[in-house]
Design a protein around this ligand. Sequence first.
Ligand SMILES: NC(=O)c1ccc[n+]([C@@H]2O[C@H](COP(=O)([O-])OP(=O)(O)OC[C@H]3O[C@@H](n4cnc5c(N)ncnc54)[C@H](OP(=O)(O)O)[C@@H]3O)[C@@H](O)[C@H]2O)c1
Length: 251
Amino acid sequence: MGSRFSGKVVLVTGASRGLGAATALAFADEGADVAITYVSSADKALALVAQMEAKGVRARAFHCDHGDSAAAAPLMDAVVAHFGKLDVLVNNAALGVAGKTLDDPEIDNAAVDRMWAVNVTGTVSNIRAAAKHLPDGGRIVNIGSSVSARLPFPGITDYGATKHAIHGYTRGAARDLGFRNITVNTVCAGIMPTEQSGMTPDTIPPALLEALCIRRMATCEEVAAAILWVASPEASYTTGSIIDVTGGSLA
Ligand SMILES: NC(=O)c1ccc[n+]([C@@H]2O[C@H](COP(=O)([O-])OP(=O)(O)OC[C@H]3O[C@@H](n4cnc5c(N)ncnc54)[C@H](OP(=O)(O)O)[C@@H]3O)[C@@H](O)[C@H]2O)c1
């Protein structure tokens, strides 16, 4: 165990599985007390809490639907009531509704609308609610994607646009909160073997790998490492930026 985040309280949203779970574990490995949220996977969230507590840190799972913007303020209040403060917010929870062009008659518009609510409104609400709790020098980390800057193929218009929106909000929030030395950054994740991607190193289509400089999937741990760096004291002068952990897809 390291101690880079000893004494810090970190909230990672959507951390019952995938990148969120890997990030929560990485913070706990560095001594942070960690709050996580989940919406449906209570068993996985509680198992992760037990795994983090076994490392000697405090941990707690909060049920929260980030598709409901009214849930953000009570969540931040509950985290601070339990842990005493909040130092780092990682907005990881997101849905990845994709695969159909916007004019496809079979597109599920309700699912697309919910994705906007979780990915964009949820993130914005969390930032607004957390801002009043974060101390001088606090950290906000948003999660982007290789489609945060370009949309290289059809069928990802809405998902990609939600990530573009996060890009823009990151810059504005960095301006608004910079006078308090709170940094706001987006870490763009590459394609990882999670439930959202539905891919593994064995099943990822070769055409997707050909778009990368490093021709393999990312691991959740590689992306988590960048999240921890930008949340650390070493990154105190990095804000409003997009950190590319996509294997060079944006190169
Ligand atoms: N996977 C990739 O290849 C990839 C690539 C680029 C960027 N990303 C981004 O990386 C982040 C993590 O993705 P992932 O692949 O780890 O996703 P994932 O495996 O689908 O996990 C999503 C997590 O978010 C939670 N969640 C979903 N909707 C929620 C809601 N309404 N309220 C609260 N929690 C909610 C889920 O909780 P439950 O288990 O309770 O449902 C789960 O813990 C996302 O921002 C995603 O867009 C992923």
